[in-house]
Design a protein. Structure first.
Ligand SMILES: Cc1ncc(COP(=O)(O)O)c(C=O)c1O
Ligand SMILES: Cc1ncc(COP(=O)(O)O)c(C=O)c1O
Lengths: 141, 389, 389, 141
């Protein structure tokens, strides 16, 4: 069902936890749909120096969070905005079709954390101009 | 980790040694078609089918002429509901069932809407029990069928079947019960319990997959689901799966031996697992009824964590379990059964069903409790929900 | 007399050694529910089912996504006809089939009358062949389905399937064929032959009883026959009979090996039996087409005598055969297939079908011819009909 | 399916054949239904001295003819008129439900042969006054 990479990131998730006084925090998903992802970013000089996550969700949600944080650490904000769920899927060696939405969630969690950073710092991040965090209405995937 | 503990016996069971042994000779020795009674090979197959029929019928206190073989529980459910609906549509177009039925019942009722039938779905309480008063008040002059499952596959709750049967009888309405999970776990008496139609499936009690049964009380008006040859006294066409029928018969025979003893041993083991989880893991919710439940079913919701990830970690430790019903795993929706008991979505997502068998040892139970404790701790540590609470 | 010659392979076949071998481990080793993909036992079962699906699909040149498992030929026939009828009733209510279909098709069409459907039953000629012109002229704007069997189970006649497929396609009508007898005996190519739906059954080609298949071309609108869980990509509910599916797959794999060689050997043996009977027994009538027939089917009517008494005497000599289809033995009516070919009732009553297998030897053939000669002589000696002629 | 007695009478049918210049001949059944029974009687001093049959039909039809002829040989005409299919079924140790009609056929064949005898000899047989042989219209059983 899952690739070995997925299983590895699920069993030994990287970057678990929270960052105190994080520069950006994003939470997406909801309990109704069975997955919630919260991502914390530490940003310095437009570079993502650290990322941590907390996830409630299935195996692929946990693995996606783990992989996503791995992938964006060290990236610039501009790179991180461009970050897409495809990169997560690819890096994980693929996800079952019904689970691809977990990688989308990871992408959104990152965007949401960047948005939070932009709000807090009053910056305008290119590519995030039109972004608004998910409203509360629930659409499970 | 080479230990293997199979605790998903509600999804399917291992075929018992004696069952396999009994089936053996029906592949390439007694392979005749039971309809070919003119020659010996055919007669032997026919005999084997009729012996199995008698065994199964006896076990539920039915006449063997009231017992029909099908391809499984789903076919039986479809047959019962469509067959009664189509045969009695001049009498009415209303069906009563519950919100916690198996999809084989629910989706069949939904399908019948296209033919002008209407269904009332009864609520259940937090334990998964229906309300007999609601049942009574749902009955209309157009009601032709009440279909209420004997025992639920996810949460194990056993309904008051005899009382439901009495209500159906008083109102002269046909009563079908899906006993797929109950057969071999609960003492069933179709006469005493006023059951008119009952679905069964062999692979839930140590028999082979792809064979089931249906009890049809004499005189019940029902259309065929599968038309064709004259098999099953003209009620269900298709060359009989003789080897599977023989296996079904044997599984029932085994179940009927030491039945009470088997059930009480199972119940004891189940209680140990139930207690163990409750006492060792905080923030859990028992799903289903505390006592009116299947002797093999343990179902808890573990708050702040999600079921699939628990299952994956269990699998790594060699433990097979399920989150809700086998059919819904892979789906993203939380179980309709858990939601019907009033669980919120988040909690429903974190539910795990263990269904034990007579092979389950105390050692297994202790290992499972210990493993679960670690898994839940681990997952809660990375869950954003826990902290918010 | 200890010799046993089984010549009723159209009724059912012995399960092949290799098939049994392949099925073995799916009883108590890999017994998981294929829907429980979350743990290893479940994944193994799923894999086994998908491998079998690929084997069967390849054999008929279908995509594996177009292949569904059922409980047998009868279920497949019912599904195809009811499923297409109910799903397309807004388009029309007319079905075309033939007078010589299996009862699983005929009785299903009859049942559909109750829902407002109408059926045209095509005639056949003395060889059991339909007339393509009659087919064309039977097509109406309301025609939604053409269901014509690939090869007949009683007389072995093979229909011009590709031409029928072309006609159906030209008129944009769904084409179903019952290939239960054809699978493994005739080269089938659902793409080339424009088949939209096709029924199959494992027990006719060395597989287990109670498992079958249905080919459904992508895009065909069809309702489910069995609603419920999401098995078979949501099209056929019910826990898969994994061991049986594995057996079906293996049987097809074996059939696909040396297929041409197998068919030509069978044809040769069949011709010996056909010639032997024609040359040694007077007043016989060959039923079915002399050349466009199944390679294993020999069907004659023996005038002035009745079929059941022949079968009884054959059984005493260890020979298993059939008078008409397995389903109709025990019935008193002469076969609808033979009557459709224009045989009078008396002659139809005296028909015997031998269906050979690759195990049938020349020695068997000679013994059968000799035995039949004696039996027919004996029965004619006590028949009042013979003298009147 | 069949009892041993049925099989014995089927395998080794008694009284097969015809009687030349029989005193009574009766034929019932038809090819459409799959069985025809013809019974020949030799009658002397109101006693059935011999009976023979020819049958086209299934195993139980042949066995029923054989048993019926056995049972009526030596009987008086009055006894033979009273003769019922039940006696055949009983003597055969039973017949499958779908095959009981074969024994009825045997009863009818005997009645028909007695009627023929009555016609030929201008006798009135008690119990056969209202008997008329089956008309040609076919009702399979
Ligand atoms: C032509 C044909 N169609 C359908 C069937 C029914 O198949 P099954 O017995 O597997 O239901 C048979 C055999 O019995 C058959 O010969
Ligand atoms: C309550 C209940 N009904 C029906 C079914 C369907 O039975 P089967 O898988 O044999 O079709 C199941 C099991 O899957 C069940 O648990």
């Amino acid at each position: 069902m899952y690739t070995e990479i997925v299983m590895d990131h699920f069993k030994n998730p990287r970057n678990v936890g929270s960052i105190e006084n994080a520069d950006g925090v994003g939470q997406v998903g909801n309990a109704k749909c069975g997955d919630i992802m919260k991502i914390y970013l530490k940003i310095n000089d437009d570079i993502i120096e650290d990322a941590k996550f907390e996830t409630f969700g299935c195996g692929s949600a946990i693995a996606s969070s783990s992989m996503a944080t791995e992938l964006i650490i060290g990236k610039s904000i501009n790179e991180a905005v461009e970050f897409s769920n495809k990169a997560v899927v690819e890096a994980l060696g693929g996800l079952p079709p019904v689970k691809v939405h977990c990688s989308v969630l990871a992408e959104q969690a990152i965007k949401s954390a960047l948005y939070d950073y932009a709000q807090k710092t009053n910056k305008v991040i290119k590519g995030l101009e039109n972004y608004t965090p998910e409203d509360e209405e629930v659409h499970c995937h | 980790m080479n230990r293997k503990i199979y605790l998903d016996n509600a999804a399917t069971t291992k075929v018992k040694k004696e069952v396999i042994e009994e089936m053996k000779s029906y592949f390439d020795e007694m392979y005749g078609n039971p309809s070919s009674g003119i020659y010996e090979l055919g007669r032997r197959s026919k005999e084997a089918v009729e012996n199995a029929r008698k065994t199964v019928a006896d076990f539920i206190n039915a006449d063997e002429k009231e017992l029909y073989f099908t391809a499984g529980g789903s076919e039986s459910d479809n047959w019962a509901i469509k067959g009664v609906a189509f045969a009695n549509k001049d009498k009415g177009n209303h069906i009563i069932t519950t919100k916690i039925e198996h999809h084989a019942v629910l989706h069949t009722c939904e399908y019948l809407e296209k033919f002008g039938f209407e269904t009332t779905y009864l609520d259940v309480d937090e334990y998964g029990m229906i309300d007999l008063e609601q049942l009574k008040s749902s009955i209309k002059p157009e009601t032709i069928l009440i279909s209420i499952m004997y025992a639920n596959n996810e949460i194990g709750t056993i309904q008051p079947i005899e009382k439901i049967g009495e209500i159906a009888k008083e109102h002269n309405i046909i009563f079908h019960t899906d006993a797929v999970q109950a057969l071999g776990a609960v003492r069933i008496d179709v006469k005493k319990q006023h059951i008119d139609l009952m679905s069964m499936s062999a692979h839930k009690l140590g028999g082979p997959k792809g064979i089931g049964g249906m009890y049809i009380r004499k005189g019940i008006k029902i259309d065929n689901l599968i038309h064709g040859g004259g098999q099953e006294r003209g009620k269900r066409a298709g060359t009989e799966g003789v080897q599977n029928i023989v296996g079904f018969g044997k599984a029932v025979e085994l179940a009927s031996k030491n039945f009470e003893q088997y059930v009480s041993k199972l119940t004891e083991t189940r209680n140990k697992l139930m207690e163990g989880i409750k006492n060792n893991i905080p923030d859990v919710v028992l799903n289903g009824h505390p006592t009116m439940r299947l002797p093999n079913n343990v179902n808890f919701s573990y708050q702040y964590v999600e079921g699939e990830s628990i299952l994956l970690l269990l699998d790594m430790d060699g433990i097979a379990a399920s989150s809700g019903s086998a059919c819904t795993s892979g789906s993203l929706d939380p179980s309709h059964v858990l939601l019907a008991t009033g669980l919120d979505h988040g909690t429903a997502h974190g539910s795990i069903r263990f269904t034990i068998s007579e092979e389950t040892t105390d050692e297994d139970i202790n290992f499972v409790i210990e493993t679960m404790k670690n898994i839940i701790e681990k997952l809660r540590a990375i869950s954003p929900l826990k902290k918010n609470m």
